[in-house]
Design a protein around this ligand. Sequence first.
Ligand code: PLP
Length: 407
Amino acid sequence: MIKINENYLKLEASYLFSNIAKKVAAFQETNPEKDIIRLGIGDVTRALPDACTHAFHTAIDEMSSDAGFRGYGPEQGYDFLRQAIAKNDFQARGADISADEIFVSDGAKCDSGNIQELFTTDAKIAIPDPVYPVYLDTNVMAGRTGNFEDGRYEGIIYLDATKENNYIPTLPDETPDLIYLCFPNNPTGATISKEGLKTWVDYAREHKALILFDAAYEAFIRDESLPKSIYEVEGAKEVAIEFRSFSKNAGFTGTRCAYTVVPRECAAFDAQGGKQLLHPLWNRRHCTKFNGVSYPVQRAAEAVYSEAGKAQTKNLVAGYLKNADHIASEMKNLGFSFEGGDNSPYIWIEANRDSWEFFDTLLTDAGVVCTPGAGFGKCGEGYIRLSAFNSYENVVEAMKRIKKALA
Ligand code: PLP
C-alpha cells in the first residue's frame, strides 16, 4: 500500500495568497464594475529592462542556427553569468565570493525551499515570525515540526520580529542548528545593520549553526551603510548560505532566474561531529535534481550587469521606491505607524485591529488589496502589508481611496 508523507497533512489548509485571491474574486463577482487595485502579492508589474529583452532576443536568435544552438548547459549556470554575478554583486562590495561558489537557478523560492534537504530531520530550525511562508512550510513537509497549535508549529524556534525589537529578531534562548534570516525583510520591510548581522554570524560560529540568508530584496537598499550581502560581514563565509534573485530588481518573476551562494568553506557537521563542506553537497543535489536555467534567460540575466542594464534596473527599482515613499507618507498622514518602505518595497502597517478585518475593509470600501499580516505568522496579527509593486498612478489612486475609506 502506497502511503503518503503525512507531514503534508500538518500544513495549514490554505496558502495565504490563494485565500486572498478567493476573497478578491468573490468581491469582484458581486462588484463587477469596481476597478480593484492590487497592492497585495509581491509580484512586480513593470516590463523587463530593454537591455535584458535585447539580450534575450539575441540569444534566441543564436539558438535558431545549428552553430549557435545550446542544449543542456552546466547545471550550476553558464560561466558568463556566474562571473558577472561574482564581480558585480560581491567583489565590487568587498565580499570575497568567486564564480564557482554561485549556483544559478530558476528561483530563490525553490532554492530556499530545497536547501533544507541537506540537513538532518532532527535539525533545530529557527524561523522569524512574521515570515515568508516558504521557509516554514518546507520544513513542515520535511517532518521537522509537530502539529500546528495555537497559530504555531510545535518544534520550531520562532524568532519574533515585533515593534519592540524594531522588527529585527534577537538571539533565541534555545540554540538552533539552522537559522533563516531575510533582509530587507518580507513582509516587514525591516533592514539590518552590519553590526546587527555580525551578531548573528558570531552566534552561528559559536554554536556551529548555519544561517540561510535571503537577500532577494537587496536592490531596494538605499542606505549605503547597510549590508547587501551577508558576506560583507567578516566570518560569514563559513556559516552562511545566501539566496538572491533577479525577480525583484529586474522583473524576472515570470522569466525566472536566481542564484544561491554556497561558499567553499561553508560547512555543517556529520553524526561524528566531523566537518562536512556544503558546496559539494549542494552541487550534487543541484546536478541531480536540476538541469539548469535556459541559455536565453541566463543571457538576459547577464545583461542586468551591462552598463545599460545597471542603469535600467536602477530606474526600475527607483520607480517602486517612489511608490513606497508615497504609501509611507500617506499612511503617516493618516496616523498609522509602520515599518519599511525606505529600503524595501514593502510597508508593514500597524492596523490597530484584526488584520483580516482590515483587509476586508480596504477591499470592500476602497477596492484595494493588501496582504493581512496574520498570514505571515502569529506576530503579523494586527498588521497589514502594502506592496509598492504597481504603477505610480495606481498607487496614488489606491492611497486616495484608502484615505477616503478610512475618513
Ligand atoms: N524570497 C523572498 C523573501 C521573497 O519574498 C520571494 C518572492 O516573493 C522569493 C524569495 C522568491 O523569489 P523568486 O522569484 O526568485 O523565486
